[in-house]
Design a protein around this ligand. Structure first.
Ligand code: SF4
Length: 240
């Protein structure tokens, strides 16, 4: 008989990590919250949260908010925007990234809300993602931020921070969402995205995260691995 062989179990490490992360997540979240300014919500109405989130892709918050305000002041609601002229919408949102595509998308979204959902933004990911340009991230933002329905939207900030801390090993935001919903207690899903967005803008920034003053560095894999110091050293070298 050959020697008995115990096969590798890649799932084992992940399961243990989830259990470990579950024990730490409240401390991590409170630490993040304590360092993050309150998130500014331009709108609370589901339709305008939907439109704002469609506009926000690859666009600065202040530019997105101004464009949404412009549309709101001109068209007021889904019915108004559903009958809008493309050229006028495009002109109002001209400063957002990909404005020509987004002008079509927001008019289409308004028409679908009016025609398929009787003027009311639907309250499920499945229905919301039938609207062109609406993926899981946008759908989860609408559910959590405008309806208070527990959902975790994984945007660029949540994705980066989750990976840095070691909460998710995945590059695919959908897989990160699946993992976070196993780790994060349901009662904090609603606040999770806005809190991490602010943390990502002010502390755990894409370039030059403020690790030396970050209050959750003790939990952070990126910090423990010395990645930030290596990156800073590399940045200094590149400049010199
Ligand atoms: S220690 Fe650095 S990388 Fe880790 S969460 Fe804090 S700012 Fe982000």
């Amino acid at each position: 008989m050959g020697k008995s062989h115990i096969p590798p179990d890649p799932g084992r490490k992940i399961i243990l990590k989830i259990e470990e992360a579950r024990k730490l997540i409240r401390n991590i979240y409170e630490g993040i919250r304590s360092q993050s300014p309150p998130h500014h919500f331009e709108f609370s109405d589901p339709f305008w949260v939907l439109i704002t989130t469609i506009l926000s892709h690859r666009t600065k918050d202040e530019v997105t908010d101004a464009a949404s305000r412009g549309l709101f002041e001109r068209y007021h609601d889904a019915e108004g925007l559903s009958g809008a002229e493309y050229d006028e919408v495009r002109s109002i949102i001209s400063r957002v990234g990909f404005s020509s595509v987004k002008a079509t998308r927001v008019i289409e979204a308004a028409r679908i809300v009016m025609n398929d959902f009787m003027g009311t933004v639907p309250d499920s990911v499945e229905q919301l993602t039938t609207i062109p340009g609406v993926g899981r991230k946008t759908a989860n933002v609408v559910l959590a931020d405008s309806m208070g329905i527990p959902a975790i939207a994984v945007d660029t900030h949540v994705q980066r921070i989750a990976r840095r801390i070691g909460l998710s090993p995945f590059e695919d935001p959908y897989k990160t969402e699946e993992r976070l919903v196993k780790i994060v207690p349901r009662e904090i899903w609603v606040g999770f995205n806005p809190t991490l967005v602010e943390f990502g803008k002010h502390v755990c920034r894409p370039v030059g995260p403020l690790c030396s003053t970050c209050s959750i560095s003790e939990y952070c894999e990126f910090y423990r691995n010395g990645s930030s110091r290596q990156k800073h050293a590399k940045q200094k070298q590149n400049k010199s």
